[in-house]
Structure formats: structure tokens, C-alpha cells
Design a protein around this ligand. Structure first.
Ligand code: FA5
Length: 360
């Protein structure tokens, strides 16, 4: 640039070239001193604004002899561009410094984890037990079947070999369903167990069959280990050659998968829809078998009923009882949850108290 513009002191081009050098030095000095927004803005308008030095100088190119105009115009533009980008860099550095300063002053620690606005929900303990148990049985080849909670007396009792007025019905404190006009409909009940799904599934599918049926059931019953609404999982396996040994093996294997090694005992019991029937108890997890309120001082808590499917049921569902045999079981999920987490009463599970539920 200096070669093309140093053609003598009286030369107007040379004069501009000299002024350009001076302006540049002046610009550098002011930029080095600028410490705040106001100083930077002032430099911007002093040099590049409508009345800025470089703007005026650009305009003065028009008064130069025509042969000097292109050279001087180019020289001025180059200087202008170089100074503008220097100024932009300084403004950006200044902005970044201001942001850093602001962050330092606000004491905001960008590395801290964010604050959760809503508490996280979780699966209810009874549902969790239901999923885990379903999973264990699914691994043993059982699939899931369902049935209605408002059930016909026929499926809840009669088809399960409870004759009308049989004392075995008394064991299942039944809620009968009444329509709004108050008439008692004797044949509609809130199902008292998941066993009706056995009949519905066998009617639908016949044999062989291997299902579980999780769901809600209802009984007019309440204390530390009884609730008017609770959950069961029905287990049903019918095939050729199924024996009581399969029942014992399957249920023991389930209990050990779920609870680890705990005392388990099978006691003979009566259910009209199985023969022979059994009740299965687990060593009380609250007292380790010493005796407490939960196990009624016996050291054991009953968790399920089971037995070999009664041939009458198979036949009534169109299954040849000479060819097929089967076992069935009904597990109380709520009581299993109670034993799993050492709860002192079932009611904790239904109070929707997050302080309790969040501990599980
Ligand atoms: C029955 O309900 C039979 N249907 C089980 C069955 C199925 C037997 C298949 C044979 C073959 P039981 O009334 O014993 O049986 O109830 C089964 C389980 O449900 C009990 O072991 C207990 O864990 C649970 N249970 C019973 N009543 C309640 C209640 N009111 N609250 C909470 N859990 C209960």
C-alpha cells in the first residue's frame, strides 16, 4: 500500500495515505484503551459512523485525480475492513468477558444437576409383585388369561363345584351385586377369587392349557392380613400325565425364585374344585418363624391355595378327565407384598400415602 501512495507531500493521494496511517495508529491506541461498551461504541461511530473519519475519507476519494482513485479507494477499503474486524473481535471478547463476569457474580454452578420439578412416580408394590410373579410363570411357559371382576354366580361358585347353599360358600364372604332398584340379583357377585378364570379359559381353550390369571378380587373381610379388595394370581396347568409332583415342583420353584430360600410347607386343605387340595404356607418374614401378630403366633403365613383340578370341572368344560389331569393354585398377591417388605398390615398398601410407598 505504501508504495502506491507515497508519491510526494503535495500529492492529494499521498496526503490521504499519510492520514490513513495516522488514523490507523489513532484507532489502535483508542481500541487498546477501550474498557466498556460506551468506549467501543464511540470508536465505532468516530471511525465508521456516517460522520466517521474513515467514512469521510472514503467519500473524499471522489475528489482525487481519476488515476489515483482506484488505488486509494482500494487502500482505504482494506484499512476499513481490517479495522472493522479488529473492532468486532474486541466487542465479542468484551461481551464474553461480561457473560463470564455475570455468571461469576450470580454464583450459578453450571455443573450442578438440574432440580426435578415433579416427583417421579413408581409402580405400586402390589403391581410390582404381580409383574414379577407373572414373569416367573411366563418363564415356565404360562400365558396370561383374564376374566370379569363382576362375575356370574355360576362361574364364581357353581361351575367350581360349590353347590347352592353349600357351607364352602361361607368361607368366601361374598359381595352380591344389587342394581339401583334394590333387587338382589342372586347370580351376580364381585368375584371372590380368580378361580372362575379357570373355567372360562378351559371352556374357551380346552386342553392342554397352561395359564395364569392375575386380577382384583373382593371379600367382606378385614384385619391386618385381610382386605375387602385384594389381588390374586390363578395358576392352571392341564395336560396328559400332570401329577401332584408337578404342582409341588412348580410352586416350590416359584416361591424360591421369588423369596429365595425360605421355609415352605404344604398342608392338606379343602376346596370343592380340587382333589386333593392343599394350602401353602411360608415362614413368616416378620418374625423369622418365632411367632408374631402377622402370623398369629404360628410362625407361618398362608400365601396360596392349590390342588389337583377336580375331574368334574374338566368334564364340564368338555375335557376328557381320563386322558387329562391338571393342577391349579391361587396366590394372594397382597399378602406376598406384605411378607416381601415386612409390612405390619395390608391396609398400608391402599392408603395412597406417598411417605410409605416411596420407602418401597
Ligand atoms: C382361594 O381363593 C382359592 N381360589 C385358591 C385356589 C385356587 C385353591 C386354585 C385351589 C386351586 P383362599 O380363599 O385360601 O383360596 O385364598 C387364596 C389366597 O388369597 C390366600 O392364601 C391369601 O393369601 C389370599 N387371601 C384370601 N383372603 C384374603 C383377604 N381378605 N385379603 C388379602 N388376601 C387374602
Amino acid at each position: 500500500m505504501s508504495e502506491s501512495i507515497s508519491s510526494g507531500p503535495t500529492d492529494p493521494g499521498a496526503e490521504i495515505a499519510q492520514k490513513l496511517g495516522t488514523l490507523r495508529a489513532e484507532f489502535e491506541a483508542k481500541l487498546a484503551e477501550a474498557r466498556d461498551d460506551a468506549a467501543l461504541q464511540r470508536i465505532k461511530s468516530d471511525f465508521f459512523g456516517p460522520k466517521g473519519e474513515l467514512t469521510l475519507m472514503s467519500r473524499s476519494v471522489g475528489q482525487l485525480p481519476s488515476e489515483q482513485r482506484p488505488v486509494m479507494g482500494k487502500a482505504i477499503n482494506e484499512v476499513k475492513r481490517a479495522l472493522e474486524s479488529e473492532l468486532d473481535r474486541k466487542i465479542q471478547d468484551h461481551e464474553a468477558r461480561k457473560r463470564d463476569e455475570e455468571l461469576r457474580r450470580s454464583r450459578l454452578d453450571m455443573t450442578l444437576p438440574g432440580r426435578a420439578l415433579h416427583a417421579k412416580g413408581a409402580v405400586h408394590p402390589v403391581a410390582r409383585v404381580m409383574y414379577e410373579i407373572s414373569d416367573i410363570f411366563a418363564r415356565m411357559g404360562f400365558s396370561v388369561a383374564t376374566g370379569p371382576e363382576v362375575e356370574l354366580d355360576f362361574y364364581n361358585f357353581e361351575a367350581l363345584n360349590f353347590p347352592p347353599d353349600h357351607p364352602a360358600r361361607d368361607m368366601q364372604d361374598t359381595f352380591f351385586v344389587r342394581p339401583p332398584d334394590g333387587r338382589a340379583i342372586k347370580d351376580l357377585v364381585l368375584r371372590t377369587h380368580t378361580s372362575p378364570v379357570q373355567i372360562r379359559a378351559m371352556e374357551r381353550q380346552g386342553a392342554p392349557i397352561r395359564i395364569i390369571a392375575p386380577g382384583r378380587v373382593y371379600r367382606c373381610d378385614q384385619d391386618a392380613t385381610h382386605s375387602p379388595m385384594f389381588h390374586q394370581i390363578e395358576v392352571l396347568c392341564v395336560d396328559e400325565g400332570v401329577s401332584f409332583a408337578h404342582l409341588k415342583g412348580t410352586l416350590t420353584s416359584f416361591i424360591q425364585s421369588f423369596f429365595g430360600s425360605r421355609g415352605v410347607r404344604f398342608r392338606p386343605s379343602f376346596f370343592p374344585f380340587v382333589e386333593p387340595g392343599a394350602e401353602v404356607d411360608m415362614q413368616c418374614t416378620m418374625c423369622g418363624g418365632e411367632g408374631c401378630r402377622i402370623c398369629k403366633q404360628t410362625g407361618w403365613v398362608e400365601i396360596l391355595g392349590a390342588g389337583m383340578v377336580h375331574p368334574v370341572l374338566l368334564e364340564s368344560c368338555g375335557i376328557d378327565s381320563e386322558r387329562y389331569t391338571g393342577f391349579a393354585a391361587g396366590l394372594g398377591l397382597d399378602r406376598i407384598a406384605l411378607l416381601r417388605w415386612g409390612l405390619d398390615e395390608l391396609a398400608h398398601l391402599y392408603r395412597s400415602d406417598v411417605r410409605f410407598l416411596s420407602q418401597i
